[in-house]
Design a binder for this molecule. Structure first.
Ligand SMILES: *Cc1c(COP(=O)(O)O)cnc(C)c1O
Length: 434
């Protein structure tokens, strides 16, 4: 069945997939909790919450019920000049949990569009106030913010954007002070980044519109973790030069870091926050970009040219919003995302202590990551990734390494025994790869 001669006889062109060399996609017929059931009845454990979205697990009855009820009442309606209860409720509920300074909720459809909205909002914020020199953004090496041109432009030299460089606008990149267990030099690296940034800001104090960061964990860049202290210092520095701070919590939001949002864990509030992935509980595409009152006021005017002219056909989709409300209620009632870090640490110690093939272990809330030691260079195209992926699949686990970075990001409903079984599989696989 895994023969490379087999042809995928389908009109579908899959995302992030080299269709010629990738294995045939597996057909999933059912999802229940952390388990996926394939057409041939095989059971696969989803150790990465699909594409980091399925926070409560698959097939959650409460989310299904919310979706069904809303579908019977109103499936969709134009979201300008009209509104509806699921969007109103979701916006209010979100604000109850976010830092108090974040006040205005702008809906869109996915993480990339949430970033585009933030980019345009920050840019026009300065334009509307006549500060049209503030046109450059700052972001971090290793950062990932989505696949649209704007989101690619603020990413940190991703290996995927090579063909598009001439389409992208230029952004000032600074090093991300990634840290890990037993890291002796983190403070030095943090100080270096802050120094580089200070120099930039001093050279051109009125050039920068905003600074983008994935707070606490860079996702697609390799699950790289930074410290709360760094985020606090970063925010203070940016703000002292008037630069807007934009948190991309598309992945870190909704419990991933062990708190409901990374900004709460780091005790520092951005000017704009972008949320998607877990927002609808992993059921439907939905995103928000939430801004401060100050930003909102720069658009609020009798002058129509100050309007934020942005929107999408499916903005604020009622089905997605209704599942979003139900998902947030589940997180409020059962904050089991708070318990996973301790379990990760326990099993890391039990199954992988000082393993010669493992380097730079890090945990943050529900996420655990480690680099696999290989002969070839680290990075996304490291040849170990597809090999590991296939080995884990054969063992019944969906794990999808980012290059030589192996990470776990399970749905929060995972039991301790299920989590332990993943670590046992990692140990088995690492002990047998060359
Ligand atoms: C996934 C992701 C995005 C892009 O979201 P899409 O819904 O895939 O467009 C942006 N930022 C971060 C941090 C992400 O993890």
């Amino acid at each position: 069945m895994s023969s490379t001669e087999e042809i995928y006889d389908s009109p579908i062109w899959q995302p992030f997939t080299q269709m010629k060399t990738a294995p045939i996609p597996l057909k999933v017929v059912k999802g229940q909790g952390v388990m996926l059931e394939l057409e041939d009845k095989r059971q696969i454990m989803d150790c990465i919450s699909s594409w980091w979205v399925t926070i409560h697990g698959h097939g959650h009855p409460i989310l299904a019920e919310a979706l069904y009820k809303q579908a019977q009442a109103l499936e969709h309606v134009i979201f300008t000049g009209f509104t509806h209860e699921p969007a109103e409720q979701l916006a209010r509920k979100l604000l109850q949990h976010l830092p108090k300074s974040l006040r205005r909720v702008f809906f869109s459809d996915n993480g990339s569009t949430a970033m585009e909205v933030a980019l345009k909002m920050a840019y026009q914020y300065w334009f509307n106030q006549g500060e049209s020199d503030r046109t450059t953004f700052i972001s971090f090496e290793g950062g990932y913010h989505g696949d649209t041109i704007g989101a690619m432009s603020i990413a940190g030299n991703s290996p995927w954007d090579q063909p598009f460089h001439r389409l992208m606008f230029s952004t000032e990149l600074v090093p991300f002070p990634a840290t890990f267990d037993n890291d002796a030099d983190v403070e030095v690296r943090e100080a270096q980044t802050l120094e580089i940034l200070t120099r930039l800001l001093k050279q051109n104090p009125t050039r920068y519109a905003g600074l983008f960061i994935e707070p606490l964990v860079q996702g697609a860049g390799g699950m790289r973790v930074c410290r709360p202290q760094f985020l606090q210092a970063l925010g203070n520095l940016a703000h002292s030069f008037g630069v807007l701070v934009i948190y991309d919590e598309v992945m870190t939001g909704f419990g991933r870091t062990g708190e409901l949002f990374a900004c709460l864990k780091a005790e520092t509030a951005p000017d704009i926050i972008c949320l998607s992935k877990g927002l609808s509980g992993g059921c439907l595409p939905l995103a928000v970009t939430v801004a401060t009152e100050d930003i909102y006021r720069a658009f609020y005017s009798d002058d129509v040219s100050k309007t934020f002219f942005h929107g999408h056909s499916y903005t604020g989709n009622p089905l997605a919003c209704a599942t979003g409300v139900a998902s947030l209620e589940l997180l409020e009632q059962n904050p089991n995302f708070r318990n996973l870090e301790q379990q990760h640490r326990c099993y890391l110690k039990k199954y992988l202590p000082d393993h010669p093939k493992i380097d730079k272990v890090r945990t943050c809330g529900t996420i655990a990551a480690m680099d696999i030691v290989t002969d070839s260079q680290s990075g996304y195209f490291n040849a170990i990734a597809p090999i590991l992926k296939q080995r884990f699949l054969a063992e019944g686990f969906l794990l999808r390494p980012l290059g030589n970075t192996l990470y776990l990001m399970p749905p929060y409903c995972i039991t301790s025994e299920q989590l332990e079984s993943i670590y046992q599989a990692i140990r088995r696989v690492l002990d047998t790869i060359i």
